[in-house]
Design a protein around this ligand. Sequence first.
Ligand code: SF4
Length: 348
Amino acid sequence: MYNFQDIRQVHLEVTERCNAACPQCPRRIEGGMLNSRLTMAELSVADVERLLPGHFVRQLSKVYLCGNYGDPAAAADTLAILQYLRRESPELQLGVHSNGSVRNAAWWSELAGVIGSRGYARFAIDGLAESNAIYRRNTSWEKIMENVAAFIAAGGHAEWDYIVFAHNEHEVEEARQLSERLGFKAFQVKRTARFLNRQTLNAASPAAVRDRGGRQIATIEAPRNTKYRAPLATNLLAAAEKKLSYEDYLTSKTIRCKAQQNRSLYVSARGYLLPCCWLGAMLHNPDGDETRQFAALFPDLEKSGSIDGLKNKPNEIVVGDFFQRQISEKWPAGTANRLKVCARVCGE
Ligand code: SF4
C-alpha cells in the first residue's frame, strides 16, 4: 500500500458522540434510533499520544478531527489533544470539523487560540436560520452563530461547508453572502452522494427521517438542480442507460486508492488504524452489502489486534499484512470478493 514514512495526513475521529441526529449519518438509523453497533468510544489525550507519537506527528503536514459518527467538539479532550499536536509540531495544519452547535463561545474562542494561524475550523451548516436544522437536527442556529462569532473574533480561520438538498438549494447564494459578512474565509458547496439507491441505480432517491422510536416523520430529497448533484448521479444515469446493474457499474471501475494518493491515514475513536474513513464506516455502519463484505474481515482483525493502535505502534500496523496485502489484493478487476466500498469511493 504505502510506506509508513510517506504518510503526511491523518484523519482523527476522536469520539462516537454527537449532539445532532442527522438523517443520513450512520450514527442513528435515519436520524432516529441509535446505531446499536456504536459504543460511544472516545479517545483521551493519553490515547492520542500513543496513537500518534511525537516522531510520527513531526513527519505529518496535517491532522484533522472529523469522523463518521461523532463531532470532535463533543469530545472531552479535544482541546488537550490539539494542544499536544501543536506542541509536537508548530508547523502542523490542524483542522476541526463540527456542526458548531456543541460547546459555548468560550470554548470556541480557546480553540482558535490553540489552532493558531496554521489550521481551521470547518462548520457544517446546511442552510439558514429556518432550514439548517431540517438536516442538522437538534442543532441550534443561535448557538452556532454565537460559536462562529467567538471563533472568528478570536482570530480563527473559519470555513463553511454547505450540503445542498431540495429544501435548501434556493438559499445557497444567501448563505454564501452571509458567510462573507460573518468573516468566514471559505464557503464550500457539498454535493452529497447519500441519496444512492443501489437497486434502481438512482442517486436521487428520497430518504426517510425517523424519530427516536423509529417512526418515519418526514422525507428529505436530493437537490433538483443537477449542478448540486454528486458526479455519482451522472455516472449512474449513464450506467442505467446502458442497462448495467450496480454490480456491473462497480466492476467497470478501476480502483485508485485516494488514501494512497493523499498519503493519508484514518484513526477511529476506538483507536483502529485504517487507510481511510470509508473503511472505518464499514466497521460499524448499519447492515448493508458493502458493510457486510468489509466487516467480515473484522473479527480476525479484532482478535489479532493487528490494526489496534492502542496495542501496537502505528509503524508496526502500517507495515503489517492488513495494510500491505489484505486490502490491495482485493482491488484488481476480476478478483473474487473485490472490495465494493473501494470501487464505489475510488473507482475511476
Ligand atoms: S475506499 Fe479503498 S481504495 Fe478508497 S481510499 Fe479507502 S482503502 Fe483506498
